[in-house]
Design a protein around this ligand. Structure first.
Ligand SMILES: *Cc1c(COP(=O)(O)O)cnc(C)c1O
Length: 395
């Protein structure tokens, strides 16, 4: 059996998106800045994509900047707000301890340049408290940046309330909506959002393309100097095929959002129910306020990496919170932020199945995880100490 359950890492491109992009890799390859008709056809396709995307999030097309993905959009949003803040001596930024590294590392860089950063706690359920956010606001706060939904534990933040608070205090509000876009409803007007980041490969579009929404009245600074593309806000010849495919993928995702969410929620809930029966395990993040496809667990007495490799042997592609890819042994900052101790955070598993996952596959995943967890605990020294009572169970 082959099961892809890592859709939070990236998604397979949809047929619609592939077909939408093909003409722009083939016959319509003109440079959108060129004046002859093939260049202008490419330009028109970009503008049509911009309109489509703007419509989906309830924005004006002029408020959309195409980027190379979510990371670039996050960087540009935060650095733009920081540049504006710097001009008026406002050097304080509020964010959360569970943001993506594209946000956290940009904030770290600003901190070295003299900014003060407040990271709100995400508490045990992985959700920030709006009264704590409001209490953190200062005279010199120049930005609030809080992700719409978390990539590891899937928790959904109270974006609308946060937007209202920011509006009331006249502070720009950015949200990293990379995990949310195409999966849950996002409305920049209704949710009081000033800047928003998204990435195509998280909603069945291609990798290496994304967008940043910047509300009219806020002046974004460009990260890349060069030509006047994107009205001077992002230089470089546009990724025409990628942009066209992104718009097609987003439209398709949003058109089917309700039925997809219903299917995914059912798959998610069966997985959660099945995995909860494994002794000394716990679901990470709020049980209700979470993405339709996110299942995140910690199991005592095992290593997440070993679990992933053995699941891979069984044909299941999943992910763990531990940052083994970066060569570091640090467990996920998100799991630590919601109060998981190091040992427990190491034994994490994230499953983000697709909507086409069958009942049989759901059963197979549950059975496989149980088997592998049992197997690994069989020769885990930590598990031996837990079982003998030498150390106490936490979960
Ligand atoms: C994937 C992801 C990003 C980064 O997007 P890229 O397009 O891969 O650069 C940023 N934030 C969140 C929440 C993500 O899940």
């Amino acid at each position: 059996m082959k099961i892809y359950a890592d859709n939070a890492a990236t998604t397979k491109m949809s047929r619609t998106a592939i077909e939408a992009m093909l003409p722009y890799l083939d016959e319509i390859y003109g440079n959108p800045s060129s004046l002859y008709s093939d260049g202008q056809r490419a330009k028109e396709a970009i503008e049509a994509a911009r309109e489509e995307i703007a419509k989906v999030i309830n924005a004006d097309p002029r408020e959309i900047i195409f980027t190379s993905g979510g990371s670039e959009a996050d960087n540009q949003a935060i650095l733009s707000a920081a540049a504006i803040g710097r001009k008026s001596g406002k050097l304080h930024i509020i964010s959360t301890s569970i943001e993506h590294h594209a946000v956290l590392h940009t904030l770290k860089k600003l901190e070295k340049e003299g900014f003060q950063i407040t990271l709100l706690p995400a508490h045990e359920n992985g959700i920030v408290r709006t009264h704590e956010l409001e209490a953190a606001i200062r005279e010199d706060t120049c930005l609030v940046t809080v992700m719409t939904a978390n990539n590891e534990i899937g928790t959904i933040q109270p974006i609308r309330e946060i937007g209202e608070i920011c509006r009331k205090h006249k502070i720009p509000f950015h949200t990293d909506a990379v995990q949310a876009m195409g999966h849950i409803k996002v409305d920049v007007v209704g949710d009081n959002i000033d800047m928003l980041s998204a990435s195509a490969h998280k909603f069945h579009g291609p990798k290496g393309v994304g967008f940043l929404y910047v509300k009219k009245g806020i002046r974004p600074s460009s990260l890349i100097e060069g030509g006047a593309q994107e009205r001077g806000r992002r230089a470089g010849t546009e990724n025409v095929a990628g942009i066209v495919a992104m718009a097609a993928a987003l439209k398709e995702s949003v058109d089917h959002m309700e039925s997809s969410a219903a299917k995914l929620t059912s798959i998610r809930d069966r997985l959660i129910e099945g995995l909860s029966k494994i002794p000394h395990s716990a679901l990470n993040g709020d049980r209700e306020k979470r993405l339709p496809s996110n299942v995140s667990f910690c199991f005592e007495g095992i290593e997440g990496e070993a679990l992933l490799l053995l699941l891979d042997d069984k044909g299941i592609a999943a992910s763990s919170g531990s940052a083994c890819t970066s060569g570091s042994l640090d467990p996920s900052h998100v799991l630590l932020a919601i109060g998981r101790v190091h040992d427990v955070a190491h034994g994490s598993l994230r499953l983000t199945p697709g909507e086409d996952t069958t009942d049989e596959e759901v059963e197979y995943i549950i059975r496989s995880v149980k088997e592998v967890v049992d197997y690994l605990r069989g020769f885990s020294p930590v598990w031996r100490d837990l079982s003998s009572g030498k150390i106490k169970h936490i979960l």
